[in-house]
Write a protein that binds this ligand. Structure first.
Ligand code: B12
Length: 423
């Protein structure tokens, strides 16, 4: 029988030209560059502390402004050095598991070997933190920070060729089996993904007992199934902001079977980018690697000798506010559940929820006050009318907001509810 040449050529091509799972379509490739520039531009903003996740995102890109990246890495160093020289311990029950992990990842992608001693000390701190997190799981059924940071910790050890204690890994597997990865009251696809990436990373070590390896494989499969099942009609895996990490997990997993899921998710992400929904540097930093089909596991593949500079990748300087406030005024209802606060607040259109809270505080000094804590994602609302806790942000009656107070900009006529929830 004569060979079917067309089929043969396609087969051969499939082997020679690696088909990248989930590549962004040609007509949308310009979005990658604009995201890269936006993230680079955020590094020029001196009002926030340098963020190691932003640096990792930039380094996992394939387009670089080496000078700006290096300047930013220099800004990260003091905080790495401060942690590395601090005494081993956890202050005020506030573990730094996630931060130390991101710092170690940043150090690894920087190719800067002059701070090897800092790296070793950070690894010692991380090992200690993971041990304390594990102890807390055994005692209180949950880590001191959360399973997202616990997984980041395992990844940071793993990409530095240090394998986490098997009991640490085992606790993550148990949590996955018992569906413990939540975000407030809902499932956290971000955490599923991060745990999946961590398990894929440790699976590469041959040092774990066979039994544990089998458990790891089973958990990875279960995470994959949960992530695929979380896809909604828009193509998002979980929600828009968990889609980048879910995609990182699928890319670390490899394989071609999920092409349809991937292309739908890419559509959701490109639509989100076109609508300007990725403006938060932390969120952009989780997304940028995905646009190059990369995951945190690719940190080990960064080839320091072949990173080239693109002299045309020049960010313009950051302005104080990306969004220009509108000239018209809008009215937004602000309610604090259980505290009898229910007022209409008038603000210029395009104001953020933070602007609304500030206006409310100014106008109702006796009835409304709030406090925030600065985090890598922006300001977190930590206290309302002197009540501290996890303040959930809701819209209309029961829709949780997908952005924080500094990023969310309500429409006129919306009702915002601040609700004290349980983590
Ligand atoms: C764990 C977690 C939480 C926990 C944190 C406490 C805990 N148990 O550790 C809880 C449940 C409290 C929480 C709350 C919220 N979260 Co949350 N959270 C996460 C998660 C899964 C990991 C965060 C983390 O540990 N990062 C690593 C460490 C190193 O960073 P860190 O800055 O040191 O960590 C602290 C802050 O990040 C803070 N934090 C957590 N979430 C958020 C969200 C915002 C907007 C801010 C400013 C801070 C913040 O809590 C962390 C631990 O203390 C991320 C997932 C992701 N993809 O990043 C979502 C995520 C960051 N959260 C998100 C959202 C929307 C919220 C809420 C606004 C939800 C709501 N409608 O109320 C609230 C915050 C409201 C407020 N009061 O200001 C979104 C943010 C999307 C965006 N565009 O910015 C994410 C990406 C999840 C998602 N896919 O929707 N979150």
């Amino acid at each position: 029988m004569a060979p079917n040449w067309q089929v043969l050529i396609i087969l051969v091509q499939a082997f020679i030209v690696p088909v990248k799972l989930c590549e962004i379509p040609e007509e949308n490739k310009h979005l990658i560059k604009s995201l890269n520039l936006k993230l680079l531009r955020s590094t020029l903003d001196t009002s926030n502390d340098a963020n190691p996740s932003v640096y990792v995102g930039l380094r996992l890109s394939e387009d670089h402004n080496l000078e700006k990246e290096d300047e930013y890495f220099q800004k990260l160093k003091p905080s790495m050095e401060a942690i590395s020289t601090s005494r081993l311990g956890i202050k005020e029950n506030e573990p730094k598991t996630g931060l130390i992990s991101l710092q170690l990842m940043a150090q690894k992608v920087s190719c800067d070997n002059t701070i090897r001693s800092v790296k070793n000390k950070l690894l010692t701190h991380l090992k200690y933190h993971l041990h304390k997190e594990k102890e807390n799981i055994a005692l209180n059924g949950k880590p001191l920070s959360n399973y997202y940071q616990y997984s980041l910790g395992i990844i940071a050890m793993c990409i530095n060729d240090k394998f986490a204690d098997r009991h640490v890994v085992h606790k993550l597997i148990l949590a996955e089996e018992q569906n413990q990865f939540g975000h407030g009251e809902s499932v956290s696809v971000d955490t599923e993904a991060m745990a999946g990436i961590a398990l894929l990373c440790v699976k590469r070590f041959n040092n774990y007992p066979r039994e544990l390896i089998l458990h790891i494989k089973k958990s990875v499969k279960s995470i994959k199934d949960k992530i695929l099942a979380s896809q909604n009609t828009e193509g998002e895996l979980g929600n828009l902001y968990s889609t980048p990490l879910a995609m990182q997990f699928l890319s670390a997993l490899g394989g071609r079977k999920d092409k349809d899921t991937c292309s739908k998710a890419i559509t959701a992400l490109t639509n989100g980018m076109k609508e300007g929904k990725f403006s938060n540097p932390m969120m952009m930093s989780q997304l940028l690697p995905v646009l190059f089909q990369k995951s945190y596991l690719d940190i080990v593949n960064v080839d320091c000798d072949s990173i080239t500079n693109n002299p045309l990748l020049i960010p313009n300087s950051p302005t104080l506010h990306d969004v220009v406030l509108g000239e018209e005024f809008i009215q937004v209802r602000l309610m604090v559940e259980g505290q009898n606060f229910n007022e209409i607040i008038e603000v210029p259109s395009h104001s953020s929820l933070l602007d609304i809270l500030k206006t409310a505080q100014k106008q109702n000094a006796l009835k409304f006050s709030f406090e925030t804590k600065s985090t890598m994602y922006g300001p977190l609302l930590t206290s309302v009318n002197n009540v501290e806790g996890y303040w959930q942000l809701m819209k209309d009656s029961n829709i949780p907001l997908l952005q924080g107070i500094a990023d969310y900009r309500p429409e006129g006529g919306e009702t915002i509810i601040l609700r004290l929830g349980s983590v």
